[in-house]
Design a protein around this ligand. Structure first.
Ligand SMILES: Cc1cc2nc3c(=O)[nH]c(=O)nc-3n(C[C@H](O)[C@H](O)[C@H](O)COP(=O)(O)OP(=O)(O)OC[C@H]3O[C@@H](n4cnc5c(N)ncnc54)[C@H](O)[C@@H]3O)c2cc1C
Length: 595
């Protein structure tokens, strides 16, 4: 994995000196050699040069990574007032990119200073393409930059985790906490907002309470979004439900979003951090990347004593000082799926070969670190649409965008009140259906009793980037349906490029079919029937897609060309692919890809 942008945190750190940063760890500069302007040879020795680590500061808990989970933990740990907590976040305050707050502004975050801009290594099973791996690099982490969709998993999944030996993770355990942490804002909070369609913005108030994380619904609803809900039910037998956060998991409706009643994002930073920010036992530093975990030295008297994490080293990029902070109780690593294993390995915890490859002496050998990377792969079908079924035109010209932004900021109206897509359908397949599409591996893995496919509707060309096969035309409007596997069996890895946290980790995505001879379950998400209707233009598209592994990258090209009745053969690496589309009653377009 490498960084997409060359932006260095230090540059932005200069711009981001805020109240959060006021409580810096301090050197005693007034009494220092620096203050006396003496020569460098007289400077006192720094931590790391002596046998025992030298700590500048001390807390009960240190949270490495002030992202989604990190700020929740910081809030809970400081609630009683009994513990002091230091949170260290590599990125800046999210106010650096204010677009993060608004639903329509979500499209501007990618590649900004609050995104890590990671890329995978070339993916053998995706024609050696590299993939973008977006990750939030700011207080609130990826909850500050994500797609705003709020969803809880199937109860059976949590119960399965508990049965595997993880007490406290059953559905009954987590449901209580989900409920405690959230507040759902009914969609008609203002006159302006109640002007938007409320159909399918339903919820069961028992599933929420008065927690810090604010939930709500998108404002503007393109008619195609409602068509998608109906079509999920008609074509894929996905029931239209009142609420998707009750543990059943199966169904379709307008999604709950992490937005408050005034359509502002409610990230971990806006919710859990804001609730706790004035506690005197909490110190949160942004622009403060953690560079290593300080491990205890082996005991001279007890050869069986295990090494312990006793602190962290970090750089305060605003002062430029390097510091070592001691944790009396625990160091908590919450730096996300890529940087957490990287920090462990850089600190000597991980597979011996991996560490020795970059010259790190192992402190704790653990072959699992950096393995089992689990992600959900998605495939999108993009289609041209009438302007009023899409929100593509909002960003077509600077004038359009400005008008949409003004409507949002002045009156809470217009297309900018909605992210491009937060209405998803969750489909559960029977064991027979799984077998029929060649997904026996999913059953064997014990994943039959849960939802299997998530369909995401977007009122734009999604994902936002041109594909290698087709680029959106500037005058066209688009809608997209994306199928996402919820039963991913493939696993990826995170490995080291160097012994330093200042180099990005190297990552393979989760695209390798597992086992190699079985059809990847990744494809199973695409092997399902789906139909969606774009009312009121009364056109609907249904796709039955049967593809084999090698055909998948071509899927995008094929489906984006789908606009009229046609039948053609397209060359593929494994032979010809027959594609048939036909228009039928009510301008229904049906597509088959038969691999
Ligand atoms: C573009 C995008 C869209 C998404 N959409 C959705 C969605 O709609 N719904 C949904 O439920 N999920 C979504 N997700 C997934 C979800 O947001 C993440 O799974 C979740 O936020 C991860 O939380 P985390 O605490 O594990 O990591 P993060 O929230 O990423 O936090 C990790 C933090 O550690 C920091 N860090 C990294 N290295 C260091 C270091 N050396 N020192 C100090 N700090 C460091 C990072 O800057 C970051 O702030 C999306 C994710 C992305 C990226």
């Amino acid at each position: 994995m490498r960084y997409l942008t060359a932006a260095k945190a230090a540059t932005y750190a200069l711009l981001s000196f805020s109240s959060i940063a006021s409580a810096w760890p301090t050197y005693n500069l007034h009494n220092s050699q620096f203050a006396k302007r003496q020569g460098p040879g007289d400077l006192p020795s720094q931590g790391g040069q002596t046998e025992e680590p030298v700590f500048n500061e001390e807390y009960d808990f240190i949270v490495a990574g002030g992202g989604t989970a990190g700020l929740v933990l910081a809030n809970r740990l400081t609630e009683s007032g009994h513990f002091s907590v230091l949170v260290l976040e590599a990125g800046p305050s999210p106010e650096q990119v204010l677009a993060y707050e608004s639903p329509g502004g979500n499209q501007f975050i990618k590649g900004s200073v609050i995104d890590w801009g990671l890329l995978t290594t070339p993916q053998e099973h995706l024609n050696n393409r590299t993939l973008q791996y977006l990750r939030g690099r700011t207080l609130g982490g990826s909850s500050t930059t994500n797609g705003l969709y709020y969803a809880r998993g199937s109860a059976s999944v949590y119960d399965h985790w508990a049965k595997l030996g993880n007490p406290g993770w059953s559905w009954n355990d987590v449901y209580r906490l989900f409920k405690k942490s959230t507040k759902l804002n009914a969609p008609t909070s203002t006159a302006e907002l109640s002007a938007f369609s409320q159909e399918y913005k339903t919820f069961n108030e028992d599933a929420y309470s008065d927690g810090p994380l604010q939930l709500g619904f998108q404002g503007y609803v393109p008619p195609s979004t409602e068509g998608f809900v109906v079509a999920c039910s008609e074509a894929a037998d996905i029931p239209i439900v009142e609420d998707l956060n009750l543990g059943d998991g199966e169904g379709v409706k307008h999604g709950t979003t992490t937005m408050d009643s005034m359509l502002r994002r409610s990230s971990s930073y806006d919710s859990f951090y804001q609730q706790a920010r004035n506690r005197t036992n909490l110190k949160v530093l942004h622009d403060a990347p953690v560079t290593g975990i300080v491990m205890s030295k082996p005991s001279a008297t007890n050869s069986t004593s295990k090494p312990r994490a006793i602190g962290v080293s970090y750089i305060n990029q605003i002062t430029g000082f390097v510091s070592q902070a001691r944790a009396r109780n625990e160091v908590i690593v919450s730096m996300g799926a890529f940087h957490s294993p990287q920090l462990l390995m850089v600190s000597g915890i991980g597979p011996a070969d991996e560490l020795e490859k970059v010259g790190i002496t192992p402190v704790v050998v653990n072959e699992n670190v950096g393995h089992h990377l689990n992600d959900h792969s998605v495939f999108s079908i993009m289609a041209r649409a009438q302007d009023n079924a899409s929100t593509t035109d909002m960003s077509r010209t600077p004038q359009n965008l400005r008008a949409a932004q003004e409507a949002f900021y002045q009156n809470l109206t217009g297309q900018y009140t909605a992210p491009s897509g937060v209405t998803n359908g969750f489909q559960k397949l029977s064991e027979q259906q799984l077998r029929d599409i060649g997904a026996q591996a999913v059953i064997d893995a014990g994943l039959a009793n849960q939802t299997h496919i998530e369909y995401l509707f977007e009122s734009v060309w999604y994902p936002w980037i041109p594909t290698p096969y087709w680029a959106p035309l500037s005058n066209d409007s688009y809608i997209s349906v994306t199928a996402s596997s919820m039963v991913q069996l493939s696993r990826g890895t995170v490995s080291l490029r160097s012994a330093s946290m200042s180099d990005p980790p190297s990552s393979t995505a989760t695209t390798t079919p597992t086992p190699p001879t079985a059809p990847s379950e990744l494809l199973h998400s695409s092997t399902s029937a789906l139909s969606f209707a774009t009312r009121p233009c009364r056109a609907s598209l249904s796709a039955r897609i049967l593809v084999k592994s090698a055909l998948v990258p071509r899927l995008l090209m094929t489906t984006t060309k789908l606009s009229s009745s046609t039948s053609r053969r397209i060359p593929f690496p494994t032979g010809m692919l027959r594609v048939r589309t036909r228009c039928c009653r009510r301008r229904k377009v049906v597509l088959w890809i038969v691999g």
